[in-house]
Design a protein around this ligand. Structure first.
Ligand code: ACM
Ligand code: ZN
Length: 567
């Protein structure tokens, strides 16, 4: 009899139909404070209502997300009952208390406070509370990730809890390179969903590369039409140049970009577009060879690496071109940050180009024997040379242009070489040295060092267990997890405040398919999410690993491809 009962229970569990499943708040990223009382619980059941301010479209959308996510995880169907103040699930906006403060005007909320929230479960039900709708969305994600996964459930027991949460950094980014390989709008939406699941809030969209121009510019219709197509692609990650001889292309119309901006905004993600210049521009040079120092012709690059063909720094048409492109970019993307690239721009052509040298002379730019922190790496000219100063001159022009549109410029850390422009934000990728140097100069910084944050690299020691990608094994989950972005041993407390946040980068030379992109991304994004969200004293890799299976159940449920081994 007992045996038969056991096997019946097993069958029920296998079918996902069990009486009551239990929620578990051991989520990723770990909230700031979780006070659980496991002796008492609230049972969430089908038919219960969600109450919220239905005059607010943002809150209404998040209420619908709560309904959708509870159904998706547990099969429980909640009702949207905005008017019913007695409903058991409640979304509420709270006002910051000014207790103990004499100031008449409350201090403006920091970006992190705008995303803060509390989630309480008690005898009355579930309360999601925040100062802003953005915080309610983060609270809803926390509730979602705490739920058990079941096909059909009679009820979910939620232990009483009081969660108080706020992210550590205001900038929590992920880059997707759509220049080397093109990814569909549908895939980008999945990517944004995965980012939102991990609490990320900045999607850095790398839109142009030597190997393909992906952003429609209405003033230059041929730019995307012709610049997006390469005739062939090199095969494999090795150095031997064998090509597939298959034309490859794709670009995003401005309407599609706006659709991505809208979809991201609904998930409280800002889209930071990047037009990489003056290097990484061979696809544009293919369409406009007059913008190169030699006049071309230039093919859209069919292989990877750093190209010596770059925009001519002395041709006034270069700035006209860039201002037109960045102008349309600002029309489409409301982001406060616009990324101008600036990395890996060899100066070989500029050194020999009459136009570039004449411009250097006109501007009175002299080479100085100054090494710059962060120098070194692929292709760029090091130190404070006249040519690097010419790049700074271009950056300055674009910075002014972007400022006139109310935007701030972000550049890769090579922009330090010729001297930073007044308000540039530095994205430190060749290690953390560039970021440290920029913070010491009182510039804002986003840390994205390749040895900790590049998810195009292999994640496992055993190469036979993963597809071939860029470089060698160096960014395992644990390595990424161990990253400390504010480098307290190098920066004073004041300088540390210039570190806006952290970003993981998915370059796609060797990542051509959505499934592969997700395999590179997950679960490393889970590691990155705790670097971005949690205080250093909260972090513990063993504890993280113990919490990972709960998140992986969501990966499975959502059909995400991910690396099952974690090291
Ligand atoms: C970069 O990885 N070239 C920014
Ligand atoms: Zn030139």
């Amino acid at each position: 009899m007992i045996k038969r009962f056991l096997s019946f229970s097993v069958l029920l569990i296998m079918a996902g139909i069990v009486n009551a499943q239990r929620a578990n708040y051991n989520i990723i990223p770990l909230p700031k404070e979780v006070k659980t009382d496991t002796t008492q619980q609230f049972t969430l059941k089908g038919g219960m209502g969600i109450t919220y301010d239905s005059s607010n479209t943002e809150i209404t959308r998040t209420a619908k997300f709560v309904q959708e996510w509870v159904k998706e995880a547990t099969g429980i169907q909640l009702q949207l009952t905005p008017e019913d103040k007695t409903a058991q699930i409640k979304l509420a906006i709270s006002t910051p208390s000014n207790k103990g403060k004499k100031a008449k005007q409350p201090a403006p909320l920091t970006d992190q406070q705008k995303e803060s929230y509390t989630l309480s479960v008690n005898g009355k039900g579930i309360l999601l509370s925040a100062y802003e709708p953005a915080g309610l969305f983060r609270a809803a994600q926390t509730l979602r990730k705490s739920l058990p996964i079941a096909k059909e459930s009679k009820g979910v027991e939620l232990p009483f809890v009081q969660i108080t949460d706020q992210p550590r950094f205001s900038y929590r980014g992920v880059l997707l390179d759509c220049g080397r390989h093109f990814f569909s709008i549908e895939f980008i939406k999945q990517f944004l969903d995965a980012m939102a699941l991990h609490g990320c809030n900045q999607f850095h969209w790398h839109l142009t590369e030597d190997q393909g121009w992906r952003f429609e510019v209405k003033a230059y219709p041929d730019l995307a039409k012709k610049g997006s197509i390469r005739e062939k692609t090199v095969i494999g990650p090795g150095n031997i140049r064998i090509y597939d001889n298959i034309p490859y292309g794709g670009y995003y119309t401005q309407d599609e970009c706006r659709e991505i901006v809208r979809y991201a905004a609904e998930r409280y993600i800002n889209v930071v577009p990047e037009i990489d210049m003056p290097g990484h521009m061979q696809s544009a040079l293919h369409v406009f060879p007059n913008l190169g120092c030699t006049g071309g012709p230039y093919p859209v690059a069919p292989h990877w690496g750093v190209m010596r063909e770059v925009l001519c720094g002395g041709n006034p048409e270069t700035l006209t071109f860039l201002k037109t492109v960045f102008g349309e970019l600002c029309d489409v993307f409301p982001s406060p940050y616009i990324h101008i690239g600036g990395d890996e721009c060899p100066k070989e052509r500029w050194q020999k180009c009459a136009k570039c040298q004449a411009k250097i002379k006109e501007l009175g730019l002299a080479s100085e024997d100054i090494k710059v922190d962060g120098d070194g790496g692929r292709g760029s000219q090091d130190g404070r040379s006249a040519e690097n100063k010419l790049q700074t001159y271009i950056n300055h022009e674009i910075e002014q242009f972007l400022a006139s549109r109310g935007r701030s410029l972000i550049g890769w850390d090579e922009i330090l070489a010729g001297g930073l422009t007044e308000n540039a934000i530095v994205m430190s990728w060749r290690g953390t040295k560039g970021g440290i140097a920029a913070a010491k100069q009182k510039h804002r910084v986003i840390m994205s060092p390749n040895v900790f944050a590049y998810i195009d690299h292999p994640q496992l020691k055993d190469y036979s267990k993963q597809p071939q990608t860029t470089g060698s094994y160096q960014v395992s989950c644990s390595k990424m997890y161990s990253f400390e972005p504010v480098v307290p041993e190098e920066l004073t407390e004041e300088e540390q405040n210039y570190i806006l946040g952290v970003q993981a980068n998915l370059w796609t030379e060797h990542v051509a398919y959505p499934e592969h992109a997700f395999l590179q991304l997950l679960p490393r994004l889970a590691s990155m999410s705790e670097v971005q969200w949690c205080a250093p004293q909260q972090k513990n890799f063993d504890n993280f690993k113990a919490r990972l299976p709960q998140l992986q159940k969501f990966y499975d449920k959502l059909g995400y491809v991910y690396c099952h081994q974690v090291e």
